[in-house]
Design a binder for this molecule. Structure first.
Ligand SMILES: CC(C)(COP(=O)(O)OP(=O)(O)OC[C@H]1O[C@@H](n2cnc3c(N)ncnc32)[C@H](O)[C@@H]1OP(=O)(O)O)[C@@H](O)C(=O)NCCC(=O)NCCS
Length: 182
């Protein structure tokens, strides 16, 4: 969906712009997915699993932008992509129309500046406008930084998926399920 840009001041005084992730950012988004997957073990993908073409990514971003039931938001600092955050529903079945899932990741150099809190706050507003009644997410149980952000933003823990992830080094990791009522 299209939504208005929002500007706010970061903790270090710089200005951050939140805006829809539009198709012209396809190349930067592929780079972002690859790099962030290497900076943290807490995202689902490994860098070598990011194999999207610029054309395919452009089409996908165009479809998301035109879909009134989804929102994808990027954060720009000094014109550079700092991170991305999105909500998507669970399809047209009436029993799940009230729920959406949320995902977020920032480049490491932009952690701790307040971008995560601002993005989730704005996405919650958009989710409410779309008609969702709750936002759900999964977070790796070891990812305490993200959990601190989610708790601060009103998410509560609703469950635990045992051994949800198996890393390349053979270790298993649980996921926590969290929900924020809107
Ligand atoms: C998780 C992530 C999105 C957080 O975003 P962020 O912009 O750094 O978050 P904020 O700066 O808004 O901080 C939010 C809260 O996190 C907590 N926090 C900040 N730094 C922290 C740290 N080093 N350790 C633990 N908690 C911390 C604080 O409670 C903070 O709130 P406060 O500033 O009001 O005290 C970001 O670190 C990231 O992209 N990580 C890698 C990808 C990832 O893990 N994504 C989530 C997958 S489920």
């Amino acid at each position: 969906m299209l939504f208005p840009e929002k500007t706010f001041a970061l903790k270090d005084g710089r200005t951050c712009v939140l805006r829809p992730t539009s198709p012209e950012y396809a190349e930067q988004m592929i780079e972002y997915m690859k790099k962030t997957a290497g900076e943290t073990p807490f995202l689902l993908r490994y860098p070598d699993e990011v194999n999207y073409t610029v054309e395919g990514e452009r089409e996908l971003l165009g479809r998301i932008l035109e879909d009134p039931g989804q929102a994808m938001m990027m954060a720009l600092v000094d014109g550079q992509v700092a991170g991305n955050c999105s909500i998507s529903g669970h399809g047209p079945k009436r029993k799940v129309l009230h729920r959406c899932s949320m995902a977020i990741a920032l480049y490491e150099e932009y952690w701790g500046l307040g971008i995560g809190s601002a993005m989730i706050g704005y996405l919650a507003e958009l989710a409410r406008q779309i008609g969702f009644e709750q936002m759900d997410l999964e977070v790796v149980a070891d990812n305490t930084r993200a959990q601190a952000l989610y708790r601060k933003c009103g998410f509560v823990e609703t469950g635990r998926r045992l051994r949800a992830l198996k890393f390349d080094d053979g270790t298993y990791h649980d996921e926590l399920l969290m929900t924020r009522l809107l």
